[in-house]
Design a protein. Structure first.
Length: 387
């Protein structure tokens, strides 16, 4: 009997596990730097990486592991008959299955780097599954270990300490809602209230934690309460009316939508990562460019990028976190964090975006993005304006 035939009683078991794992990748939270297991972050830190970089590396390893397991299970699900031809098909099909899982999970078609990661990870997983077919014990061990690590690394959301701090900041913001003015002044006032609370409570403790809490609270209140779902925490739905009442009064440079872009992007940067935060914004703008949408907006993308930039600067390390707090306490201006974006192109249909700017990779798009980056580079950094 050939070694491959040892697996003949088990293809349906592997097929069931394959279907289950596809559902896990579909509905489960995408691995996030903030949710990466501390032991994985500590291991990555041994390579000389900063804490944020170590978290990003740990999250990437988890993503690769989850997608590779999908490929391995697909290969293990192949029957022993005509194995050579079936294995070749499985290796080709694994990347398609992985990209489909990401598409279902994200709610938008993955961008090129995500497709590349999914393709390589799933194909390598399929090849690993082919090698594991010769040993049932090894196959079961690898599957259980990989699934366990992935589940552990993605099921944490935010920890209890950050959740408690975020709720405290959120309640403090809502309690002060009556003193918050309308318009742009309200944007600035809420920023000051949140970060004064963070500064007051971060003495002799981690200022990064309190800044994260401030950003997440502002993300839920001024951005979208569904961010709580991404953090895998419950949101008190009885507070939605007062949250919406406050949110509807706030603008940035006279625009009611830019605060939402700014704070949702800032919160996503912490709950996911910087690249995915921007990718979500790009995907939304592309959907807006389709018939019936509001149109592709470079201004909205710039507001997303500004929120992303703020979150990174405010939580990079303890020194940056305290510098952000001090800068805001000395007097915040909306121009310090979000430039005026009114002159950037907006309302473009998909055809216009493609014809006039060459799409996402076009020369026109690159020129506008360069202008956005130039404006963001002029924003005050917390370190530059400590004095």
């Amino acid at each position: 009997m050939r070694p491959d035939q040892r697996f003949s009683p088990t293809p349906w078991l592997w097929r069931g596990l394959l279907a289950l794992w596809f559902v896990v990748l579909w509905v489960g939270p995408d691995p996030r730097p903030l949710g990466a297991p501390e032991w994985a972050v500590d291991l990555a830190s041994l390579l000389g990486l900063s804490e944020p970089a170590a978290r990003a590396a740990a999250a990437l390893v988890l993503r690769v592991g989850g997608l590779a397991l999908l490929g391995a299970l697909l290969m293990l699900a192949v029957g022993a008959r005509h194995l050579g031809r079936a294995a070749a098909i499985a290796i080709l099909l694994a990347p398609v299955l992985a990209v489909t899982a990401l598409w279902a999970n994200y709610g938008y078609f993955p961008i090129r780097p995500q497709i590349q990661i999914a393709t390589v990870s799933a194909a390598m997983g399929a090849l690993t599954g082919l090698a594991l077919r010769r040993n049932l014990i090894a196959a079961v061990s690898v599957v259980v270990l990989t699934a366990g690590i992935f589940t552990w690394g993605t099921a944490t959301g935010i920890d209890d300490e950050l959740d408690a701090a975020t709720r405290a900041v959120g309640l403090h913001l809502l309690a002060a809602a009556d003193e918050v003015p309308d318009g742009d002044a309200g944007f600035v006032r809420l920023l000051e209230i949140a970060f004064r609370f963070a500064e007051d409570n971060s003495h002799n403790t981690d200022p990064v934690l309190l800044n994260r809490a401030a950003i997440l609270a502002l993300g839920v209140i001024l951005g979208d309460e569904r961010l709580a779902d991404l953090a895998r925490r419950e949101f008190d739905e009885s507070r939605i009316p007062e949250v919406e009442a406050l949110r509807d009064r706030i603008t940035a440079h006279g625009r009611p939508d830019w605060p939402r872009h700014f704070w949702v992007s800032a919160a996503l940067t912490l709950l996911s990562d910087a690249d995915r935060s921007i990718t979500v914004g790009i995907s939304k703008e592309l959907m807006d460019a389709t018939p019936g949408g509001s149109g592709f907006s470079f201004a909205d993308l710039a507001a997303d990028a500004a929120g992303n930039r703020f979150a990174l600067a405010a939580t990079q390390d303890a020194a940056s976190a305290r510098a952000t707090q001090r800068r805001i306490m000395r007097g915040a201006r909306i121009e310090d964090y979000l430039p005026d974006l009114h002159d950037l192109p907006e309302g473009l249909t998909l055809d216009q975006f493609q014809a006039e700017y060459g799409g996402l990779g076009g020369e026109g798009t690159r020129q506008v993005v360069a202008e956005i980056n130039r404006r963001l580079a002029t924003l005050s950094s917390p370190q530059a304006r400590q004095e």
